[in-house]
Design a binder for this molecule. Structure first.
Ligand SMILES: [Zn+2]
Ligand SMILES: [Zn+2]
Length: 291
C-alpha cells in the first residue's frame, strides 16, 4: 500500500511539474488563434461602419508577424528545455579549488563560482540564475539566451495581442460601464457558469483578460532580467547585493547572449557562441555583499 501511495505521489508530482508547460502552451496557442481570428474575420467589424476593411496585404503582414513571434516563442522554449545547463557531463577542471569554488555535498563534487545546486533539478547548474517554474527547468549559463529571447517574444506577442484585443474591450464596454460588462471583464468564468453570457462572449473576454494579466506578469519578468543582464548579475547575486563579475554593458551582453548578441535575439537559429566556459569568470568587483 505504501509503495502504491508513493507511486501515485510520484506520478502526481511529475504531472504537476509539467502542468505549467502544458498550460502555457495552451494559452500561447489560444491567444494566437484568437488574434488570427480577429485579423481574418473580425477586423472589418469596426465600431464605426464607415471605416474601411483591412486589405489582404495588411492581413498577411499581421499574420506573418504573429507567426514569427509564435515560432520564436516555441523554438526558443524548445531549445531552452533541450539545452542542459547543469554540470552533468562538463569537465570542471583538475584543481577545482580556486577563488569562489565550493563543495556540493549533494553532487559530491567541487563546483565553480556562480554555480549553485537546484533542489528541483537535483543537480548543480553553471552560473545558475533561478529555477523557472513555468518551464520546470533551471536558467543557467548555457540556456540563458533562449530564456531571454522567449521572454522577449512573449512580451512583444502579448503587447500586440492587447492592442488587437482593445476592440474586444470596446465592444464589451459599448453598452456602457454596466454591472454586466464589468462582471464579464472581471469574472468571465462565473458569468459563463451562471448562464449570463454566451460561450463566444466568454471566450473573447477570457482571452482579452489573459492577455492583459499575462502582459503585466511577463513585463515584470522581462524588464527585471534585462536589468540584470545589463548589470552582468544573476538573480542570486542580485538578492545578495553582489556584482563581482560585471564586464561593462557590452561585455555583459556578449557574455550573456554570445558574440552575436546584436542579432541572435531575432531567431534561435542564428549561431552565437558564448565567449566563456561557464566555469571561469573574470572578477571585477568585491565578492562580498556591498551592504
Ligand atoms: Zn549540487
Ligand atoms: Zn532547477
Amino acid at each position: 500500500m505504501t509503495s502504491f501511495a508513493s507511486t501515485v505521489f510520484c506520478r502526481t508530482q511529475r504531472v504537476c511539474q509539467h502542468l505549467p508547460v502544458f498550460l502555457n502552451t495552451f494559452l500561447v496557442f489560444s491567444i494566437t488563434g484568437e488574434v488570427s481570428y480577429l485579423v481574418l474575420v473580425e477586423a472589418p467589424l469596426e465600431a464605426e461602419p464607415k471605416k474601411k476593411e483591412w486589405t489582404a496585404c495588411w492581413k498577411v503582414v499581421h499574420l506573418l508577424a504573429q507567426y514569427f513571434m509564435l515560432g520564436n516563442i516555441c523554438w526558443n522554449a524548445l531549445l531552452f528545455l533541450k539545452t542542459n545547463p547543469s554540470i552533468k557531463g562538463v569537465f570542471l577542471g583538475g584543481d577545482g579549488l580556486g577563488q569562489g569554488w565550493r563543495y556540493c555535498y549533494t553532487c559530491e563534487t567541487h563546483t565553480p563560482p556562480r554555480c549553485s545546486h537546484c533542489y528541483d533539478c537535483k543537480v548543480c547548474v553553471l552560473r545558475r540564475d533561478h529555477h523557472c517554474v513555468f518551464f520546470g527547468q533551471c536558467v543557467g549559463f548555457h540556456n540563458y539566451r533562449y530564456f531571454l529571447s522567449c521572454l522577449l517574444f512573449m512580451w512583444s506577442g502579448l503587447l500586440y495581442a492587447v492592442v488587437m484585443n482593445a476592440e474586444v474591450f470596446i465592444v464589451i464596454l459599448k453598452e456602457g460601464v454596466t454591472l454586466h460588462s464589468v462582471l464579464l471583464l472581471l469574472i468571465p468564468w462565473i458569468m459563463l457558469v451562471s448562464g449570463k453570457v454566451s460561450a463566444r462572449a466568454f471566450a473573447f473576454a477570457f482571452i482579452a483578460d489573459t492577455c492583459v494579466v499575462g502582459l503585466l506578469l511577463v513585463s515584470a519578468f522581462f524588464f527585471f532580467h534585462l536589468f540584470l543582464m545589463f548589470r552582468g548579475q544573476t538573480t542570486r547575486e542580485w538578492y545578495s547585493s553582489r556584482r563581482p563579475y560585471s564586464l561593462g554593458l557590452l561585455g555583459n551582453l556578449r557574455h550573456m547572449l554570445g558574440v552575436r548578441w546584436y542579432l541572435c535575439w531575432l531567431s534561435p537559429l542564428i549561431p552565437s557562441p558564448l565567449p566563456g566556459d561557464g566555469i571561469n569568470f573574470q572578477v571585477t568587483g568585491s565578492l562580498e555583499p556591498s551592504q
